[in-house]
Design a protein around this ligand. Structure first.
Ligand code: AR6
Length: 168
């Protein structure tokens, strides 16, 4: 598995799947979630509604898959990161969000996947801790799985980009 690091807007990234930092309602929001729904168009929300009708809300740490609509990707993998309150359980939930997104990617034969820095915006997870969890979780997963060829970490802000650069 190859790792790539870029600074920019995930809606512009060409990959089989891009990951969305959603909320449990799956009905859209601000941050990267808002950007993905705006750029991808209404087909994404339509799929989200169907998923919620079928199986209810998406629990924190879980992941679901929809079309990517007009985005240059095949799928959007929506996962829900934890809101940061400083409890150890939140670190586990963030790791689950990355792991379950990767599991969904494998199930959909995704070879290239792009991740935003889940939970580090509106949900206030400390960026340094989040970057370590993201990289460790993806690396551990890659040791057991060889079907995903490339993981792209997409950092929107310079602080995250610099953190990832030094950790990778
Ligand atoms: N491309 C890549 N990364 C982005 C983009 C973009 N276009 N826009 C923002 N980021 P956030 P969260 C970065 O707040 O903390 C939503 O309302 C941003 O700089 O999007 O998981 C949801 O509906 C930050 O580093 O997600 C939830 O309610 C990272 O993406 C809630 O926010 C995550 O920031 C989820 O909060």
């Amino acid at each position: 598995m190859k790792f790539e690091l870029i600074q920019g807007d995930i809606t512009k990234v060409q990959a089989d799947a891009i990951v969305n930092a959603a909320n449990t309602s799956l009905m859209g929001g601000g941050g990267v979630d808002g950007a993905i729904h705006r750029a991808g168009g209404p087909a994404i929300l339509e799929d989200c509604r169907k998923i919620v009708a079928r199986q209810g809300k998406c629990a924190t740490g879980e992941a679901v898959v929809t079309t990517a609509g007009n985005l240059p990707a095949r799928y959007v993998i929506h996962t829900v990161g934890p809101v940061w309150n400083g409890k150890p359980k939140e670190e586990e939930l963030l790791a689950n969000a990355y792991r379950n997104s990767l599991e969904q990617a494998v199930a959909h034969d995704v070879k290239t996947i792009a991740f935003p820095n889940i939970s580090t915006g509106i949900y206030h997870f400390p960026k340094n801790k989040a970057a370590q969890i993201a990289i460790t979780t993806v690396r551990d997963f890659s040791e057991k799985n060889s079907t995903i060829e490339k993981v792209i970490f997409v950092c929107f802000d310079r602080e995250n980009y610099d953190l990832y650069k030094s950790l990778l």
